[in-house]
Design a protein around this ligand. Structure first.
Ligand code: NA7
Length: 557
């Protein structure tokens, strides 16, 4: 179980007692929500406006947006189609917003979330510029005592982490970075003023979704771009384009239909996976289907057959189609080979979609460097040193991803019953029940926490489901006069097995270096974190749990 406890005095009870005094005159809230992205905003609306609770959101940034507040790198754009990457709970909201492109850019998503915050009058209950540095459960008073970096202290009966899955930047520990004479940036903490690449020699480290989006845009303005690739990646064209007036009008009429499809789809997107195997069609038919899908673009590419993520043989048909495309697009055969030398099944890592990524390597000012064969050994004052060469650079861009899912939660220093540290419980990987609660942490909920479908879905769908489930749960507690809810240890163990079984039924765990497994952060336990059983099944499980009086949770008066 890993439910070890810290020594009393370490921080636990002694710390909690001091904090109780410090919090004595702070206003006590019904619920404190951490984060003002998609999930925090909706959770605030649900608890404040539907249940009438006294709620506050604390947010480290100076504005709403969550992940999208920070991710402003060149080319940053969502991979979900805009008409499904939004709230669908409200007809009014859905009708009142106009998306301009098939895939929304980061600035448009921020404008959308600001529009939602204004429309629902959320801002008055959000405390910006306030980062949580500790949250301790005060057992005697059944309150969470929360401390922030700027000294604000808050108390609340319910603590809800709406901190996002991809909000803790992972800057690799490469020696010498402090001596680099140029500028360096992580894509997930991009300067608001932007970065001027004109006339500069730029190095881009990382070829995940982010690096693949950023490379073409950086290459357009930089004097020279060196892309450092450790693991080659598949990518399918996004085929992004402005939305026609007809589409925009039509989609508003079809809000209920779009919502129903996103609820029926395993991955929460606005399209369903075809109910056929790659082997149900002839080789020629299959190629034609892939070709049409390539031209149409987007994540829907993997939805043409139902077994692409189930067997290596089925997967290889899609993988080899994409590798052939890479070899066709990229003119230099050596570069093409490096880009096509992909070591994992298609979509076992988060599958990127792009706008001109492979084409970028046909530019005169772009080179690809294989840092699997010749790893980066150091950052030197003038650039990046690999085992076999030094690359002179003015700017280094780290598109090296995130300490995903657990990172944002663990850095809040959460301590539950008897000073139990979340970091201790999760020493061997994130244990929880339904991705919503952890045993030992009463009245603490995570929205799209590890163990929930979250990042395997179009995020607004699990976010709406989680926020509504948590709201219904708190309403139930109020109606039945329960004071605490806490996952039972046994329920947590069973759910972790369920999450593992769901992942193992697919090819997902076969991408050994994926962030789904925590493999991108040195020392992080390798555990498949999101629930791969699909959103409809997950929703059903959560509904059944609630219908059975919150089975697997302990409710106390
Ligand atoms: P990812 O998908 O974690 O990709 C990070 C990339 O950075 C990946 O290519 C890594 O190679 C590479 N990387 C990380 N550390 C190093 C070092 N030390 N040296 C060389 N290369 C390195 O992050 P993204 O930001 O692209 O995407 C995250 C999610 O955001 C995405 O999946 C969407 O859901 C949205 P590796 O593969 O580990 O060999």
């Amino acid at each position: 179980m890993g439910l070890d406890r810290v020594d009393a005095g370490d921080m636990g009870r002694a710390g909690a007692a001091t904090q109780t005094d410090a919090h004595a005159d702070a206003a006590t809230l019904d619920a404190l929500i951490v984060g003002a992205g998609f999930s925090g905003l909706y959770q605030l609306h649900c608890l404040r406006d539907r249940l009438g609770l006294k709620v506050q959101v604390v947010e480290a940034a100076d504005g709403v947006g969550g992940t999208w507040y920070w991710n402003r790198y060149p080319g940053a754009r969502c991979d979900s189609e805009s008409h499904s990457y939004c709230y669908t709970f409200s007809e009014d909201l859905y009708r009142s917003w106009e998306w301009s492109e098939r895939y929304p850019g980061h600035d448009e998503i921020r404008r959308y979330l600001n529009f939602v915050a204004d429309r629902l009058d959320l801002r008055r209950d959000i405390r910006f510029g306030t980062r949580v540095v500790a949250a301790v459960y005060d057992q005697d008073n059944n309150l969470w005592r929360v401390t922030t970096a700027n000294g604000v202290m808050l108390s609340a009966k319910f603590l809800i982490a709406a901190v996002g899955c991809l909000s803790t930047a992972n800057v690799p520990q490469i020696q010498g970075l402090d001596r680099f004479k140029g500028q360096w940036f992580h894509t997930g903490e991009w300067p608001h003023a932007g970065v001027d690449f004109r006339g500069k020699r730029v190095g881009l480290i990382g070829t995940g979704s982010t690096g693949i989006q950023a490379a073409p845009v950086i290459a357009e303005s930089a004097a020279h771009l060196t892309v450092f690739q450790r693991t080659a990646n598949y990518s399918v064209p996004a085929q992004n384009a402005p939305l026609s007036e007809t589409f925009r009008r039509d989609i508003k009429e079809r809000r209920s239909e779009v919502r129903a499809t996103t609820h029926a789809a395993n991955n929460g997107h606005s399209f369903l996976i075809e109910n056929r195997s790659v082997f149900d069609v002839t080789v020629e038919e299959r190629e034609a289907i892939f070709e049409t899908a390539w031209q149409r673009g987007g994540l829907q590419f993997r939805a043409n057959f139902n077994d692409i993520l189930l067997t290596r043989e089925a997967n290889e048909t899609a993988a080899s189609f994409i590798r052939t495309k890479i070899r066709t697009i990229v003119r230099d055969p050596k570069t093409a080979e490096l880009l096509a030398d992909i070591d994992h099944p298609y979509a076992a890592k988060r599958p990127p979609i792009d706008t001109g990524y492979f084409e970028t390597f046909n530019r005169d000012n772009v080179v690809l460097v294989d840092v699997r064969a010749n790893p980066i050994e150091a950052i030197v004052p003038d650039g990046v040193q690999t085992r076999d060469a030094v690359y002179d650079l003015d700017i280094i861009v780290f598109a090296t991803g995130f300490d995903a899912m657990t990172g944002p939660l663990l850095r809040m220093n959460i301590r539950g019953r008897d000073g139990l540290a979340l970091s201790k419980v999760w020493e061997a990987g994130p244990q929880n029940y339904l991705g919503l609660q952890v045993a030992g942490f009463p009245n603490f909920f995570t929205v799209t926490g590890p163990g929930s479908p979250s990042v395997l879905c179009n995020m607004p769908v699990p976010i709406e489901q989680h926020a509504e489930w948590i709201t219904d749960c708190i309403r139930y507690m109020r109606d039945h006069k329960f004071e605490t809810i806490e996952a039972r240890p046994q329920a947590m163990v069973s759910w972790v097995s369920e999450v593992n079984a769901a992942a193992n039924a697919t090819l997902l765990p076969q991408a050994h270096h994926s962030w789904y497994l925590g493999a991108n952060v040195p020392g992080k336990p390798r555990v498949f974190m999101p629930y791969a059983g699909g959103m409809p099944r997950y929703r059903q499980i959560c509904d059944d749990v609630a219908a059975k009086g919150y089975e697997g949770f302990e409710l106390r008066r």
